[in-house]
Design a protein around this ligand. Structure first.
Ligand SMILES: [Zn+2]
Ligand SMILES: [Zn+2]
Length: 555
């Protein structure tokens, strides 16, 4: 076989937070590891999700063989529907990862044609010149794996996301033996998770939250409402077990929480004690002292169940004076405002609100701190090391953790950002040519509604679909909306235009009328509600997606 070079091509997740995706190319064969998304920040109004630009893969689509998934977090699988709708390559992942991917694909009507292949830790897979072994790792989601990829030039280890939890709640340990075996035989390149590289010491075990929750349940006289990431099956399990011990019923509230718990249960990954579950519609019939609700929306997303509960606009659950609200999750940077706004609502309702870092903790990270990263480096003992998954400061810190290995066979550390590439051959390793990368903003989760790269997004969107500015005047003193909202539009439909806009004004008015007084004081929530309702109305009437930018004026 002619000798080729091996290329490592990060398309996202290096030098930025989220949308992890990295391609490996040897000769005419390309595999992609993960296809994640990023949540848009507040500057990206009118956009629902952000995914990597897969232009490089499209350009080389005849060589693109497969997508390999490390685990089911959104920053690793969120862009899968978008990718498969353009290039329907086979997908490989573990059971729970594929179950979550399947749910996403179903939402986009892509499940039937998708080629999903389940793999198990310990299994090996051959794709072209790559032999891939899946290695079980511990992380804040079940069924997470690292990859050992044997290429004609040597072994590449990709850790995925991990921590080294010595006492995981499901007792399935990080398979450090297999990692060490590869290390003994020689690892060419290690790609390792840098998310927590700036934290010294060790990340606490998932079990560390138990004492805190025991304390909360010992004290609570009334309802306890817990929010965590809906993918945290380990966390859900601990909460279920504690609820059973304390004689409380459990209700899962919110679409993602309900559906993930059902998926995890169906796959035997979540053990639900008999008779413990309450249907959402029966929640308020359970005596407050006997209820524990697990609710999605820990990031304060305006349309989430938790956010609706905070403004007393959820159909099944109310939080009242003396209830306890627990945020068992981290605050993702960029979401602070929305989260604190939501917590203020709960505090005003008279709830005891618990959040942030406490000791013992309410939440533990799923990512390895410095000493665990060192352990993995020491076991893998790579010739080359490239930190992945993190902003530049975290990649740099991770590189510093590897410096002591220079006398243990580590030749060079490469700090790359998305779009830069690494090239390896018999002569060594070096940075290679750049490839096109970028962000693609997707509105309304509809795949036919991709709005291009940031710069051209607005321009294209505006020229093709136009925009609408619903203008809502709210009385400063009464907090009530003044009259019928105005709607200013540009470039949006002509036929029956004025009638449609007239109706749209009433749609906005109805949204406002159906909102609680508390929601009306929260403009972030109101803008999102108006945007969602108006979009639904317009898509139904016209099948078009204009940019909707609600404006709220205090008068
Ligand atoms: Zn991640
Ligand atoms: Zn993860």
């Amino acid at each position: 076989m002619a000798e080729h070079k091996l290329q490592i091509i990060p398309l996202g997740g290096l030098g930025e937070f989220g949308m992890n995706s990295l391609a490996l190319r040897y000769g005419d064969d390309i595999i992609l590891i993960d296809a994640g998304m990023m949540f848009p920040d507040e500057e990206l109004l009118g956009v629902d999700i952000v995914t990597p630009d897969f232009a490089y893969l499209e350009e080389h689509r005849e060589h693109f063989r497969a997508l390999i998934l490390t685990h089911g977090h959104e920053d690793h699988i969120g862009a899968v529907p978008f990718l498969l709708s353009q290039m329907n390559v086979p997908v490989y992942g573990t059971e729970f990862t594929l179950a979550l991917v399947g749910r996403r694909l179903q939402e986009h009507d892509l499940l039937a044609q998708a080629r999903l292949n389940q793999v198990r830790p310990g299994e090996q897979l051959e794709i072209g010149p790559f032999r891939i072994e899946f290695i079980h790792v511990t992380h804040s989601i079940v069924n997470a794996v690292a990859l050992a990829i044997t290429t004609p030039l040597g072994v590449v280890i990709h850790t995925g996301d991990f921590k080294v939890d010595p006492t995981p709640t499901d007792s399935v340990l990080f398979d450090l033996h297999t990692l060490a075996d590869y290390g003994k035989r020689g690892v060419l390149l290690l790609l390792s998770d840098s998310t927590n590289s700036d934290r010294p010491g060790y990340t606490e075990s998932e079990r560390a939250i138990r004492p805190r929750f025991e304390d909360i349940l010992n004290r609570a006289q009334r309802r306890v409402v817990v929010s965590c990431f809906s993918s945290s099956v380990h966390r859900m399990q601990q909460i279920l077990d504690l609820a059973a011990e304390f004689g409380r019923k459990v209700a899962f509230v919110g679409r993602s929480m309900t559906s993930t718990s059902e998926i995890a249960h169906a796959h035997g990954l979540l053990d639900i004690p008999d008779g413990i579950l309450v249907r959402p519609q029966d929640i308020m019939d359970v005596p407050p002292a006997k209820l524990l609700a697990v609710v999605s929306g820990s990031q304060g997303e305006p349309m989430s169940a938790l956010c609706r509960v905070s403004v007393d606009n959820h159909k099944n659950l109310s939080v009242e004076r003396g209830d306890t609200v627990v945020l068992s999750s981290r605050i993702i940077p960029g979401n602070e405002k929305a989260i604190y706004r939501m917590l203020n609502h709960f505090a005003r309702r008279g709830a005891d609100v618990l959040y942030g870092s406490l000791n013992p903790p309410l939440h533990v990270s799923g990512h390895a701190s410095a000493e665990e990263l060192r352990l993995v480096l020491n076991l893998a003992r790579p010739k080359y090391f490239m930190p992945i998954h993190g902003e530049y400061r975290q990649l740099t810190k991770h590189a510093q953790l590897a410096e002591h290995l220079s006398r243990q066979g580590l030749d060079e550390i490469f700090l790359l950002e998305s779009g830069e590439t690494l090239e390896l051959d018999r002569a060594g390793a070096r940075k290679g040519a750049r490839v096109p990368v970028g962000r693609v903003c997707i509105d309304s989760g509809a795949l036919d509604d991709i709005v291009g790269d940031l710069v051209i997004r607005d321009r294209r969107h505006l020229s093709e679909e136009g925009f609408l500015l619903p203008i809502i005047a709210i009385d400063k003193h009464s907090g009530k909306a003044e009259g019928l909202p105005e709607i200013v539009s540009r470039g949006f439909i002509s036929e029956g235009g004025s009638e449609l806009l007239e109706e749209a004004r009433h749609v906005v008015a109805r949204t406002i009328a159906s909102s609680t007084a508390e929601e009306l004081t929260d403009w972030g929530v109101m803008k999102e509600k108006i945007r969602v309702d108006l979009r639904r109305f317009l898509v139904k009437q016209t099948s078009r997606h204009p940019l909707i930018l609600p404006v709220i004026l205090e008068v």
